[in-house]
Ligand binder design. Structure first.
Ligand code: SME
Length: 155
């Protein structure tokens, strides 16, 4: 389990220190990835122009999915449906883009502020049904904190 309070504090300290979203997103991905053995691949995708998600940064095996059209895959579907997705068994998903053959479960938490969706935290696990509600709650608070910085830079 990632300790959301610690990561949110780290993010606020970086914001206070004048760091931009680029550095903050990289730090958050690293902090999440070391927090729990179930988190085998952790990345942030950002919504770009042209209805696409762009991989901003990640920890884990390289992926060929640096760009994902909105609506495609679990990542793109989360944005299209404006919802977080906790997929217990990716082999049962029709609209799924494989990153690693070892991945069994995937969690996508949107980085959003109000109506605006800036991107998402994407986590893959090699364990079936790896993610529970506590993971979701912790990652939502981290994602909301990241959205504060992205919103501030959008102004
Ligand atoms: N599995 C995702 C693609 C991203 S990789 O897991 C890094 C999807 O179906 O959208």
């Amino acid at each position: 389990m990632v300790d959301a309070g610690t990561v949110v504090k780290e993010i606020q300290e970086m914001r206070d220190g004048g760091f931009l979203a680029d550095a903050i997103l990289r730090k958050a991905v690293r902090s999440i990835s070391v927090a729990d053995d179930r988190y085998d691949w952790v990345g942030v995708y950002l919504v770009g122009k042209d209805e696409e998600l762009w991989l901003h940064n990640y920890v884990g095996e390289p992926t060929e999915h640096a760009k994902i059209p909105i609506g495609t895959g679990v990542c793109g579907r989360a944005v299209a449906e404006r919802t977080n997705l906790n997929i217990a068994d990716v082999s049962k998903e029709e609209n799924y883009l494989a990153c690693s053959p070892d991945t069994q479960a995937e969690l996508v938490i949107l980085i959003r502020a109000g109506e605006e969706i800036y991107g998402q935290i994407d986590i893959d696990s090699d364990q079936l049904a790896a993610f529970n509600e506590e993971d979701e709650i912790a990652l939502i608070s981290i994602a909301d904190k990241l959205a504060e910085q992205l919103a501030a830079e959008r102004r």
